[in-house]
Design a protein around this ligand. Structure first.
Ligand code: SF4
Length: 365
């Protein structure tokens, strides 16, 4: 199978050119074609000698993503696409449009090994890690789409435009695929390459404590979001099984170290589930847990999945939860349930394609 050119760092491209008897600067030229121009074929790299382009095309591919199905939300603000990789594995990527932001939510693994009990991806287990190039390719794909003049309708976005944010909250636990993740993020944030500000990149984790410490030591000023979902070990053990290995005491200690070391606040994601974690008492316990930490809380009414005991909270319970946190001085936002009708919770489109009798696809294109 041809290798993925996006898997190579700039230094590795220079090295490859030297090995092939070319001047090293050809590696820099290729890097710019890949990450600035977003070409999909080496034959488009017009300042390279013809025979070099042909050899690259022979030995490498650039875009590993084949779209299988895309669905748009009815409001035209969210598009979710299921992609097939060359080995047949499938991953999901979501484009979300806000007033002034165009955000892509990317995956880092095929499936996920964390087994969160309310999550469609978690139910299927981990198949494999994505490579750095496969992670970068997801960003490139939607950036390429945004750069084209409008034509195929669908989403409410003026084109040509650019991505403004990347969130690593799709399928998989990003920090469980640390090496590939960091190579991908360095490439995306490289001012001499794709050049998206690192501050516009958010990485989420369910709480792999040693990796949070490792991330804090990186020089890349990305943002961290911790998927909390419960204020007690008893409940969190049930919802987020990795909590048994890294219980709340050790997770919160790592969060404090992270804020101290980086000076950046942490976001906490809290999926509100009816009658499970959304009472006033849960909100008060959460206040106790987060008190004194520079943070922000995102409350997300759950995206329900079929055959699941978990349902989204009632609106009044969401409002009460937010009021208690805000009253305690913890900035809290209720996130819109983006594209609930398009199976936008992670893993849901993949499940819908595999088991259409469970989740009907809406407005597929
Ligand atoms: S919620 Fe995230 S970490 Fe948990 S199983 Fe789903 S994809 Fe994995």
């Amino acid at each position: 199978m041809p290798r993925l050119l996006l898997d190579l760092t700039r230094a590795e491209l220079r090295e490859l050119m030297t090995q092939w008897g070319q001047p090293a600067f050809r590696g820099d030229q290729i890097y710019l074609w890949l990450h600035r121009e977003l070409v999909t074929s080496p034959m488009q790299m017009t300042n390279l000698p013809q025979d070099l382009r042909a050899r690259l095309a022979d030995e490498f591919i650039i875009n590993p993503l084949e779209p299988v199905v895309s669905v748009d939300s009815r409001d035209g603000l969210t598009r979710k696409t299921l992609f097939r990789l060359p080995d047949g594995a499938t991953i999901e990527v979501v484009l979300m449009l806000y007033e002034s932001r165009r955000t892509v939510c990317i995956s880092t693994q095929v499936g996920c090994g964390m087994g969160c009990t309310f999550c469609a991806t978690g139910q299927g287990g981990l198949l494999r890690n994505l490579s750095a190039g496969e992670i970068v390719a997801q960003v490139h794909w939607f950036e390429r789409w945004l750069r084209q003049p409008a034509g195929d309708g669908g989403l409410r976005v003026k084109r040509p435009s650019r991505l403004t944010n990347v969130v690593v909250m799709g399928m998989g636990e990003p920090l469980a695929n640390y090496k590939a993740l960091m190579q991908a993020l360095r490439t995306i944030a490289d001012p001499e390459g794709f050049a998206l500000s690192a501050r516009s990149i958010t990485v989420s984790t369910v709480g792999l404590v040693p990796m949070i410490d490792r991330l804090a030591a990186e020089e890349l000023p990305i943002r961290l979001a911790v998927s909390l979902h419960a204020p007690t070990n008893r409940l969190r053990n049930r919802l987020v099984p990795i909590n048994r290995r890294y219980p709340l005491e050790s997770l919160m200690a790592a969060c404090h170290r992270y804020v101290e070391k980086t000076g950046r606040r942490i976001s906490f994601e809290y999926a509100l589930m009816r009658g499970v974690n959304d009472s006033a008492q849960h909100a008060e316990l959460l206040v106790d847990l987060l008190m004194g930490l520079r943070c922000h809380v995102n409350l997300i009414p759950l995206n329900p999945i079929p055959n699941s005991p978990y349902q989204p909270s009632h609106e009044e319970d969401v409002a009460r939860f937010q009021t208690i946190l805000n009253a305690a001085g913890i900035p809290t936002t209720v996130r819109l349930r983006r594209g609930i009708e398009i199976n936008a919770g992670c893993g849901q489109l993949r499940q819908a394609v595999q088991q259409p009798e469970l989740i009907p696809l809406l407005s597929s294109r």
